[in-house]
Ligand binder design. Structure first.
Ligand SMILES: [Zn+2]
Length: 305
């Protein structure tokens, strides 16, 4: 069995394309919408960079993108990359009831199946928004991992289901599941750094800002998080511009030159990590993350029933 690298670098590519602007930005502006088309040119540039480094990555593909660009999706598959489920139209699941959320997952999976013949093992929620029922639905649909977790920076977790956060009561930790959560963070995502949309996000930072943050995170993870993952999320429509693509290439060059760092698809990393971190063993080592030992109510609240 292969062992867990000192640090795994997961290149995660959000191919939101038009769905980002239709759904997350609710635009009726054809010019704004056309920004999503840059994902096609951008994806092929990013694919060429990944090929040069022989990196196999994880593409997050909403069903809407798969239907818009089936040939691109097949090309990504044929160049050795995997897909993760990423919504039907990049929706915020909190806008839907449970039946509506189920339909979104069914459509997202159906689109990837008819276009590329694949069934993703992983779930990454659009814009990392998640409903209260998200984990139960992941179990129902058989997802093995969720790449939308922010409880840690570079180490995976086992994900809980059924957490409750009443407005006037103690946090109620739910039950631990077998789903592995891969960490993500906005500091490790290109959209808030670079993208500008009137009144919504300011972006437009110089590419050196991304370089400073990403190299700093990489150094820290390598030194302090053995067996961990540096999960960088980029979007071709954002990252594939001149100075930004240079920053990505410089980061990949540095990582590729370090024998302690290996590039893996998310599912490959999850398999290695799970083999060395059983749920019981992880639970003992991480009681707070597992939700163990909390006080669920004040005595005075219990007395009053
Ligand atoms: Zn996305």
């Amino acid at each position: 069995m292969k062992s867990l690298p000192r640090l795994t670098f997961c290149m995660t590519i959000g191919l939101d394309a038009l769905s980002l602007w239709v759904s997350s930005f609710h635009t009726n502006n054809a010019s704004m919408l056309s920004r999503g088309e840059m994902d096609v040119t951008g994806a092929r540039r990013v694919l060429d960079v990944l090929d040069r480094f022989n990196i196999k990555s994880t593409f997050l593909v909403p069903g809407h993108t798969a239907l818009a660009y089936p040939n691109l999706i097949k090309e990504i598959r044929d160049r050795g990359h995997e897909f993760a489920y990423h919504g039907w139209m990049h929706e915020d699941a909190r806008d839907f009831d449970v039946a509506g959320q189920r339909l979104i997952i069914e459509r997202g999976l159906e689109a990837l199946h008819i276009v590329a013949g694949v069934r993703p093992r992983g779930h990454v929620s659009p814009a990392w928004n998640m409903s209260e029922q998200a984990v139960e639905l992941m179990e129902e649909f058989g997802f093995e991992f969720d790449g939308s977790r922010m409880a840690t920076d570079h180490l995976p977790v086992y994900v809980r289901k059924g957490d409750k956060w009443p407005a006037n009561g103690a946090f109620q930790f739910g039950e631990l599941t077998d789903i592995i959560g891969i960490p993500v963070a906005w500091v490790m995502d290109d959209v808030p750094i670079f993208e500008f949309a009137w009144g919504q996000i300011s972006g437009l930072a110089p590419s050196t800002n991304a370089a400073e943050m990403w190299h700093g995170e990489l150094d820290f993870a390598l030194k302090n998080c053995p067996g961990g993952v540096f999960n960088l999320t980029v979007h071709p429509q954002v990252i594939a511009r001149g100075s930004r693509l240079n920053v990505l290439e410089q980061l990949l060059t540095r990582a590729a030159e370090n024998s302690d760092i290996k590039f893996l698809r998310q599912s490959e990393y999850v398999d290695l990590w799970r083999a060395q971190n059983s749920r019981d063993q992880w639970r003992k080592a991480n009681p707070e993350l597992a939700g163990d030992g909390s006080i669920r109510a004040l005595p005075s609240m219990v007395d009053k029933g």
